[in-house]
Ligand binder design. Structure first.
Ligand code: FAD
Ligand code: GLY
Length: 376
């Protein structure tokens, strides 16, 4: 069999989205996944499409997140038609609560810059919060409503991209660990697998999530580190909330079936994925502070995942500055579900030899220098 045009390293949501797009452009694509597709960060994610409720500030990255969010209303029915998978897209919006006096400054500052930038945000007083979400604690002081911050079921979306990629002819190989990227004469020519086999490909895409920086043969250090997030799920019927509700960095994401995903910690402890009593306690206490009813709901599970994170918390997207045929699609940190469709489009187009439709300057692999700060 002839070599594929594109080898994608990693079958998380990002690798599968890139594969789906590249295959649609007529390229022969192989995804190499060392475990099973979509079972790492993409499986752990809460599924928020939250550029504003989680925003750090204005700038090109916020613009990218907002543009990414625009994809979902049309994507959901398209994926259902193409794959039979309902990605659980819900558009009720998100509410960020001020529960403690010290939340006031943080939320006020956010309201100022977001209003100043003309973004869709609304200040709610306590009564207005409780009108929209009566299960919220009556200790709520006030809140911010983001009508445009939506959600999907991240596991279903990952699965949908994989199915879409395969229906378009991509080959997905599970249990295939890539050890090294092979480069000859300034161009990527394929990869070396952990079992010693070589795979050729005209374009190699690095989409290995938090593990991307561990690949051998990278032309420069890729300082990705795993940022551990622990989550839990509770069940309550009828569902307690319609909106995503967050306070003091903890969120509650309501699913239609009465399940509520609660998250998440942000911890830097290497590649350890253990769910710990201390981590879980932080999430559950934060959730009970949002709503006493959440504190009384039936706990149905807990899990965790590793966010792929760079020192500046921005993704790495686009072509290697020196090696031809080497593309990056990694480092999506807290926003990989939201960014998956647009990443697929951008990197799929580049694999087909097109210029990216957006300026990927802020996301270049060369921005860290040759000696980036070490990480744990
Ligand atoms: P992963 O899903 O981790 O996939 C990488 C894949 O590469 C893995 O399957 C791995 O096995 C494979 N791999 C690695 N190395 C190799 C190798 N050498 N050879 C072969 N395969 C390899 N984002 C949002 O937008 N909204 C959210 O609400 C949200 N919530 C989150 C909550 C938590 C707790 C966490 C942890 C993340 C959350 N995220 C969220 C972020 C999002 O989950 C990630 O940014 C996204 O899943 C990254 O996708 P990925 O495909 O790059 O990584
Ligand atoms: N975006 C939610 C999280 O990363 O926890």
């Amino acid at each position: 069999m002839s070599a594929p045009d594109v080898l994608v390293i990693g079958g998380g949501i990002i690798g599968c989205a890139v594969a789906a797009d590249a295959a649609e452009r007529g390229l022969r694509v192989t995804v190499l996944e060392r475990g099973r597709t979509g079972e790492e960060a993409s499986w752990a994610a809460a599924g928020m499409l939250s550029p504003l409720a989680e925003a750090v500030g204005p700038g090109p990255f916020l613009d990218l997140l907002l543009e990414a969010r625009e994809r979902f209303p049309a994507l959901a029915p398209r994926l259902r038609d193409a794959t039979g998978i309902d990605i659980g897209y819900r558009d009720e919006g998100a509410i960020v609560l001020a529960l403690r006096p010290e939340d006031d400054d943080v939320l006020n500052a956010r309201l100022d810059w977001q209003r100043g930038s003309g973004l869709a945000v609304e200040r709610l007083d306590a009564r207005e919060v409780l009108e929209r979400e009566p299960a919220v604690t009556d200790a709520v002081r006030w809140g911010l409503l983001y009508p445009g911050d939506h959600q999907v079921d991240a596991r279903r979306l990952s699965r949908a991209f994989r199915v879409l990629a395969e229906r378009r002819g991509a080959v997905v190989r599970e249990g295939e660990e890539v050890r090294e990227i092979s480069i000859r004469g300034g161009r990527a020519i394929g990869v070396l697998l952990a079992d010693g086999a070589r795979e050729e490909g005209a374009t190699v895409v690095v989409a290995g999530g938090a593990w991307s920086g561990r690949l051998h043969g990278l032309p420069r250090p890729l300082p990705l580190r795993p940022v551990h997030g622990q989550l839990a799920a509770v069940e309550h019927l009828p569902p307690l909330f319609r909106h995503i509700v967050t306070a003091a960095g903890i969120y509650a994401v309501p699913r239609a079936d009465g399940r509520m995903v609660l998250g998440a910690t942000e911890e830097e402890c290497g590649f350890r994925k253990a769910v710990t009593p201390a981590g879980l306690a932080r999430v559950l206490q934060g959730a009970a502070a949002i709503s006493p009813l959440l504190g009384e709901a039936a706990l149905t599970g807990f899990w965790s995942g590793l966010r792929p994170t760079t020192p500046d918390r921005l993704p790495v997207l686009g072509a290697d500055p020196e090696v031809n045929g080497l593309l990056y699609a990694t480092g999506h940190h807290r926003n990989g579900i939201l960014l998956a469709p647009i990443t697929g489009e951008l990197i799929g187009a580049m694999a087909a030899g097109e210029e990216p439709a957006l300026d990927l300057g802020p996301y270049g692999a060369g921005r860290f220098g040759d000696d980036p700060e070490p990480y744990c």
